[in-house]
Design a protein around this ligand. Structure first.
Ligand code: 6GU
Length: 263
């Protein structure tokens, strides 16, 4: 897959490219290219942004600058390019990135172009006329789209064959269809007991069917309860009293309530 990023800060992506799963993907033939719209701006003095019509604070990325950059990168008019590949405008008000959206992007045959906004953001015509999608990584505002672009690319790259050491890791992971869209089950490794903190005994049983059932149940439970903003208290209580987001059934004991596989 070809991942192209339009950014005023291409150097931010140098570190990203050195990360192992990203390097693996590049070795597999995937590409990450960065383009600075300042290099192709039709305006003088490397100008890329302007003050907003109607007044207000901040600067807005100009539509002519982005249109020109895309035209030069692909050697075609941007209205043609958007038929061939997904062009993502990274903006806090966009479609929220989730596992389904990531799968959709990873399956895109034409490649992705990520547009990073800075300042107050994009001239809306970039989003409406040039981009195929507006993408957000959460309901908060970052200073620019660069970190969001890395989030999108990281999530997409993990789905590409050959980028993870272990192919199964991306199949049965949080929010995947293999887990019915639920978060991943908890993992444990050695030591089996540490400071009196034991692991669920079923995991030591060697009974793969029971382990799978237990994992599916824990995963489903996390899906019902929602993301753990705060790890469950093993005693089921906190200083503030019983944790409303604690074990299903509200009981104490194991984080997941009575555990049929315990002991
Ligand atoms: Cl995609 N961009 C910016 N600037 N802020 C964000 C975002 C994107 N997603 C969440 N916050």
């Amino acid at each position: 897959m070809q991942l192209d990023v339009l950014t005023l800060f291409p150097e931010w992506f140098e570190w990203f490219r050195t990360q192992r799963h990203v390097r693996n993907a590049i070795e597999q033939g995937h590409e990450i290219r960065t383009f600075d719209p300042r290099a192709t701006t039709p305006l003088t003095g490397g100008q890329v942004d302007d003050t907003p019509f109607g007044g207000g604070a901040g600067m807005v990325l100009r539509v002519d600058v982005i249109d020109q950059a895309i035209g030069e990168i692909y050697g075609k008019d941007s209205l043609e390019i958007r038929k061939d590949r997904r062009i993502l405008a990274l903006t806090p008000g966009g479609r929220m990135l989730d596992d389904r959206f990531v799968d959709e992007l990873a399956a895109e045959p034409g490649g992705l172009t990520l547009l990073c906004g800075r300042y107050e953001g994009f001239d809306e015509r970039i989003v409406q006329r040039i981009a195929t999608d507006a993408v957000s990584v959460g309901r908060y505002v970052l200073a620019g789209g660069e970190l969001a672009a890395m989030v999108v690319m990281d999530a997409v790259i993990r789905k590409l064959p050959g980028s993870l050491g272990h192919e199964a890791s991306a199949v049965e992971e949080s929010f995947s269809t293999a887990l019915g869209g639920d978060p991943e089950y908890p993992h444990y490794t050695r030591p089996a007991e540490y400071r009196g903190w034991e692991i669920p005994q079923v995991l030591l049983s060697g009974n793969h069917a029971e382990i799978a059932t237990w994992r599916r149940a824990r995963s489903r439970e996390r899906g019902v309860v929602g993301p753990t903003a705060h790890p469950p208290d093993p005693a089921g209580e906190t200083a503030a009293g019983p944790d409303p987001f604690g074990p299903i059934g509200g009981g104490g004991g194991a984080p997941s309530g009575p555990d049929p596989f315990a002991g």
